[in-house]
Design a protein around this ligand. Structure first.
Ligand code: MF3
Ligand code: CO
Ligand code: CO
Length: 273
């Protein structure tokens, strides 16, 4: 456990070391992660054709404020919005704007709140009206990729086992895994060690220990995996303009497996038609 440190004695900044958290931390994480999941549940009623991503953004800000939470995205490295809204071939970090969502679009909404100093981070896909079968299947593969990655989490396995589980499944389904972004340690710091790659081999990466908290957030493309960043400095899109989908959960490593902090209180696991 040389690369791990008790979070209570670690400096409150990125150090590259993995933090080991305790029940006090888990209680705070359950609270903020539940709020994130509630906001994403609420969005299921709001996100439909004609709604703009700025309206989604304002809802996320207001919902947080109503519950004493701030969006972690706001002012993060110069990002000026409360959440990310990534439509169709946008892979992640889509910037909310005033364009109405259209029938057939698929949109990922990624929300991170800070409550009492703790971060909860989750994202889901929202189908707009009636979407194509290929889009439906991609959303399904992205969700299943996340759940397969989570399912291998337990003490003693390496972070690479998560990536391998995701990559094996996604590629079996003739989809591709984006390499340019990864999951991350989280807690009182938004993006902390370890990095959780969504591809690789079970022997890659560091060993998981009980008490670690991190996100898994695979971005899955219908076409090729490569992405480019638009001139706004944020928006990541597929180079071949193929559709992309993503789901994200914040989890912890338990004695024998994992606890998902950002599960939907309403039991909305993924979109339904
Ligand atoms: N929520 C994203 C993640 O999953 C990070 C967004 S950072 C922002 O890690 F600045 F783009 F908002
Ligand atoms: Co996120
Ligand atoms: Co994240």
């Amino acid at each position: 456990m040389a690369s791990c440190i008790d979070y209570r004695i670690a400096p409150l900044k990125y150090t590259g070391q993995c933090r080991i958290f305790d029940e006090v931390a888990f209680t705070s994480m359950r609270k903020v992660c539940r709020l994130v999941a509630c906001s994403l549940d609420e969005l299921a009623e709001i996100v439909k054709p004609g709604v703009t991503t700025n309206e989604i953004d304002r809802f996320i800000f207001a919902f947080g404020a109503d519950h004493g939470a701030l969006p972690a995205d706001l002012n993060y490295r110069g990002y000026m919005h409360a959440c990310c809204t990534s439509i169709n071939h946008v892979v992640c970090h889509g910037i909310p704007d005033d364009k109405p969502l259209r029938n057939g679009d698929i949109v990922n909404v990624d929300v991170t709140y800070i409550l009492d100093g703790w971060h909860g981070d989750s994202s889901r896909m929202y189908p707009i009206g009636k979407i194509k079968r290929a889009a439906e299947r991609l959303i399904d593969v992205a969700h299943e990729s996340l759940m397969r990655g989570i399912s291998v989490v337990k003490p003693g396995v390496r972070t690479g086992a998560i990536g391998a589980a995701i990559q094996n499944y996604a590629e079996e389904e003739r989809c591709s895994v984006v390499r340019d972004f990864c999951g991350h340690g989280i807690g009182q710091i938004f993006h902390d060690a370890p990095n959780i790659l969504h591809y690789g081999e079970p022997c890659d990466g560091i060993e998981l220990h009980k008490g670690m908290i991190f996100t898994i957030e695979p971005m899955i493309n219908l076409g090729k995996p490569s992405v480019k960043i638009l001139k706004d400095g944020w928006t990541a899109v597929t180079r071949d303009r193929s559709l992309s989908a993503q789901y994200e959960h914040t989890i912890r490593v338990t004695e024998t497996g994992y606890e998902i902090f950002t599960l939907s209180p309403k039991g909305i696991f993924f979109y339904r038609t």
